[in-house]
Design a protein around this ligand. Structure first.
Ligand code: SAJ
Length: 415
């Protein structure tokens, strides 16, 4: 029997949407990718990509060449719609759902009876229901699943993405998925959609639970990283090497402390816990505290570097890495970007090395104290080296290149 999902539209072609679109196309589905960024749309239609992710370029090129994947700034009718747009925060860590509301406006005109809409973006609890309400307001001719005691024309579910940048294509297929429907039938329909490519298990639940599951996963990781970061503050205060503490404590069979670092970045872990805090401020003290501890880490690194600079004759500081973690090009919420900006703001000349980007991010551009340079040049001119990101390419830096310099290793890379 042919699949009921012959054509799928993916709204939002970012770090998750584009790989999802490409994987679906590789399973023989006709996929339309929709994005408001016309430069990305144009690039994808040429079989090229605007983000860095292992093997994604080959998969997108194959899908476009085979005529299975097209990109556009406008949606068309389809059997299913996957919404994968950013959900940042605004003001005092309040969730910003504008992109989801905009996606609802974009897809409402082309919705047809029998369609399914899956929200993949990480959202505060209750947003999937809100999406249903937004769509209902725009399409009064259709029945939506939040409307009680009616048989819906459209299925709506939340299935949060869980993929790790750098391993997206593998994890999209292998990871289990949580699929939460606005009704049990919506969950069943969405699970059938994911079974087109997911080899992990699909766990069915309601949309509200699925929303909190996703937020809990990232808050859990944030709290654990905050523990490691607090431990590094404690160790520094006591003059003890935190990397030895973590390594030795982790020899206990039930202890697994994560790695301290210069702070927590990325569009997920640094953002999502706030969605819990904003929904239940009185009940989320630990989650809020973890955010505060992790957010304070870049300033602690800046203080450490300024201290080292004062007691040296250094003219330049080599800042190794700008992305939010190793071996990727994603600079969103990156603590390294914040640290470099603050060091330059304090008058230090920063020679930045970031092998994964060709230009500095807007917030670091046109600052004469900051230059993006090659590794060799940065190391040759600097007496202080700050390792901000543990990129594999930095393994090529030899001991002799570090000899005689002050090294501040925020990732335990050379421990
Ligand atoms: N970090 C540390 N120490 C550690 C681990 C991470 O300082 O021991 C830092 C990283 O350097 C980085 C930040 O935390 O700045 C986040 O990195 P990450 O690798 O922990 O996570 P992300 O943001 O790349 O991806 C997370 C993942 N969530 C979980 O592991 C629970 C991923 O599965 C999610 O799909 C993703 O968020 C998302 O999109 O929500």
């Amino acid at each position: 029997m042919p699949s009921r999902f012959q054509k799928i539209a993916v709204i939002g072609l970012g770090y998750v949407g584009l790989p999802t679109a490409a994987v679906l196309a590789s399973r023989g589905v006709d996929v339309l990718g929709v994005d408001i960024n016309s430069a990305s749309v144009e690039l994808i239609n040429q079989g090229k990509i605007h983000i860095e992710e292992p093997d994604l370029d080959v998969m997108v090129q194959g899908a476009v060449t085979a005529g299975r994947l097209r990109a556009s700034d406008k949606p068309e009718t389809a059997d299913a719609f996957i919404v994968s747009v950013p959900t940042p925060f605004k003001n005092d860590h309040e969730p910003d759902l504008d992109a989801i509301e905009q996606a609802a406006q974009t897809l409402a005109p082309v919705l047809e009876k029998g369609n399914i809409v899956v929200l993949e973006s990480t959202v505060p609890v209750g947003t999937t229901e809100k999406l249903s309400q937004w769509l209902a307001a725009l399409r009064t001719d259709l029945i939506f699943p939040h409307e009680k005691n009616k048989t819906p024309d459209i299925s709506i579910a939340h299935s949060p993405e869980r993929v790790l940048p750098g391993r997206v294509l593998l994890e999209l297929v292998d990871n289990d998925r949580v699929v939460g429907g606005l009704t049990p039938e919506c969950a069943k329909q969405a699970a059938a959609l994911y079974k087109l490519f997911v080899q992990g298990e699909c766990h069915l639940t309601d949309a509200w639970t699925a929303e909190l599951v996703k937020l809990s996963e990232n808050a859990y990781r944030d709290v654990n990283i905050a523990f490691a970061n607090e431990l590094s503050n404690v160790s520094d205060a006591l003059g003890i090497n935190v990397w030895d503490v973590v390594r030795l404590a982790n020899r206990h069979p039930r202890v697994n402390i994560l790695k301290p670092g210069p702070g927590v970045g990325g569009h997920c872990i640094a953002v999502d816990p706030w969605f819990i805090v904003s929904s239940a401020p009185g009940e989320s003290e630990l989650i809020r505290t973890a955010r505060t501890i992790n957010d304070a880490k870049p300033d602690a690194v800046v203080r450490q570097v300024l201290e080292a600079f004062k007691s040296s004759n250094a003219s330049h500081v080599a800042c190794l890495g700008l992305s939010y973690k190793a071996d990727i090009d994603d600079l969103r919420e990156s603590p390294a970007v914040e640290i470099v900006g603050k060091l330059a703001g304090s008058g230090l000349s920063c020679l930045v090395v970031e092998p994964h980007v060709d230009v500095l991010p807007p917030e670091l551009q046109n600052i004469d104290k900051i230059q993006l340079v090659e590794i060799e040049s940065a190391l040759a001119k600097s007496d202080i080296i700050i390792l901000l990101v543990d990129h594999s390419t930095f393994r090529s830096i030899s001991e002799s290149q570090r000899d005689g310099k002050t090294v501040i290793d925020t990732r335990g890379f050379w421990q």
